[in-house]
Design a protein around this ligand. Structure first.
Ligand SMILES: NC(=O)c1ccc[n+]([C@@H]2O[C@H](COP(=O)([O-])OP(=O)(O)OC[C@H]3O[C@@H](n4cnc5c(N)ncnc54)[C@H](OP(=O)(O)O)[C@@H]3O)[C@@H](O)[C@H]2O)c1
Length: 289
């Protein structure tokens, strides 16, 4: 088969997150025009993590694109838990701020669960407070964690049936794995959640019709972990020598699966787009816009 033909086949099976992200941002831009007051997203960043700096910049850029306001609260690397939680409280009390995002991960001396739960649930745009996660688990929610929402939107965009499907999620962080497993279950998939202590991982992933991987290990999932004709969503972002790699060995995996999301250009842009959508939804709900 010629290279051009192979490339065309791969293109057909790509879950294009960039394209969908642009659609979502365009919708937010249009909808936000109708609000009386511009939503304001406040991102808190603890200095010293270069990846976090990139993510926060891209979130600010997306706000600009969507006609939303944003501001960044920077705290030094050695900031204390008390200082961090005080900043969160200030943002909770700031009437202009409609959404608060604490950029993760935090340095190891800080407790992220405690800090996240200081965010007012009405401004918790990543939907990670106990109250908002609880609503997601019960199935009564307006917003859900951004990355998990993006993954479901991507699958729906490509008309991938979820009901009754065997789904396997590798990685159980609240931010990604556990949240997406919950949303898949809400869509009536039968879900298995795997983690670093899972035995015989390959045997489990090989049963997946839908496989979502979020572990943070460069190209860990090889083609022999994947069922033929599976749908594979690669959440991983692994930076090496200025390049970004997913958690899945894309080249080999794409020979086997029906659909696959690329890295970059898959879930990443959708996380940002869904953050914009969540920012809009919170402003609409809480500002009586
Ligand atoms: N595309 C996006 O928008 C986006 C958004 C968020 C995160 N990410 C990326 O997604 C990846 C995961 O992020 P995260 O925040 O979920 O990371 P995390 O909090 O470090 O969680 C990683 C999870 O993977 C599991 N794991 C690690 N090694 C494993 C292995 N060999 N086999 C099976 N499970 C394994 C861990 O298991 P234990 O619980 O047992 O430790 C843990 O549950 C990272 O590359 C991150 O950069 C991307």
């Amino acid at each position: 088969m010629s290279k051009v033909v192979v490339y065309d086949i791969i293109k057909q099976m790509i879950l294009d997150g960039k394209l969908l992200a642009q659609e979502i941002k365009n919708n937010v831009k249009e909808s936000a025009k109708r609000l009386k007051k511009k939503p304001l997203l406040a991102c808190i960043i603890i200095e010293g993590n270069s990846a976090s700096e990139i993510y926060v910049k891209s979130k600010q850029k997306a706000c600009e694109e969507c006609g939303l306001s944003s501001k960044v609260v920077r705290l030094p690397k050695n900031t204390t838990q008390k200082k961090l939680e005080k900043e969160i409280e200030n943002l909770n009390n700031d009437k202009d701020v409609t959404a608060i995002l604490l950029q993760l991960p935090l340095p190891s001396h800080l407790n992220s669960v405690s800090a996240i739960n200081k965010i007012s649930p009405e401004k918790d745009v990543d939907c990670l407070t106990y109250k908002n996660l609880g609503k997601v688990f019960v199935g009564e929610y307006d917003i859900a964690p951004c990355t998990a929402t993006g993954i479901i939107r991507l699958l729906e965009k490509y008309n991938i049936e979820l009901e009754g499907k065997r789904a396997v999620v590798v990685g159980r962080s609240l931010l990604v794995g556990r949240s997406v497993a919950t949303l898949l279950e809400k869509k009536n998939a039968t879900v298995t959640l795997c983690h670093s202590k899972t035995k015989n991982l390959k045997e489990i992933t090989k049963e997946a019709e839908i496989l979502v991987v979020a572990i943070g290990k460069k190209q860990y999932i090889k083609s022999d972990f994947i069922k033929k004709s599976a749908v594979v969503v690669d959440v991983g972002i692994n930076r090496e020598n200025g390049k970004i790699y997913g958690d899945v060995d894309f080249e080999k995996a794409s020979e086997k699966c029906q659909y696959i999301s690329p890295v970059p250009g898959g879930v990443g842009p959708l996380t940002v787009a869904c953050l914009m959508e969540n920012t809009f939804k919170l402003a609409l709900k809480n500002n009586k816009n």
